[in-house]
Design a protein around this ligand. Structure first.
Ligand SMILES: [Zn+2]
Length: 136
């Protein structure tokens, strides 16, 4: 029984990258320290060189570093959110591989945080279904 559509929670996926971005920034400034503040020097170049360096070299490098760090811990991650069929509370489910341990397949069983209803979140079809209940 299909209940509802799932949507991708880009905000939470973005948040997942924030710790790595902070680490990347720290590494960047650490590198800056090691190279004798040459990076800071480049950032303080007269315009437009400083602008070009900041946006086309430093920032992509930090972003690339952040993504690499995140990818080291979690792979092919996807965060899906959808409403509970019972009470409408938005529930979030994480799909992906954490430290090379897959969470096992494309469907997650999610228990509503509000009312405890069990749902199945399918990352392939992007649909919420209710599990078949075998009544005793
Ligand atoms: Zn609920």
């Amino acid at each position: 029984m299909v209940y509802s559509d799932l949507s991708v929670d880009y905000f939470k996926m973005f948040l997942l990258n924030v710790p790595a971005a902070l680490i990347a920034l720290t590494l960047f400034f650490f590198l800056d320290d090691l190279t004798g503040f040459e990076i800071t020097y480049l950032l303080e170049l007269p315009e437009p060189f400083s602008f070009i360096f900041t946006w086309f070299a430093a920032l992509p490098f930090i972003l690339w570093l952040a993504l690499s760090i995140t990818n080291f811990f979690v792979k092919d991650f996807l965060i899906l959110r959808g409403p509970c069929p019972n009470c409408g509370t938005e529930n979030v489910s994480f799909f992906g591989t954490i430290l090379s341990i897959s969470n096992g397949g494309s469907a997650n069983t999610v228990k509503c945080s509000n009312c405890g209803t069990e749902m199945v979140y399918d990352s392939n079809t992007r649909l919420i279904t209710l599990p078949e209940r075998s009544k005793a």
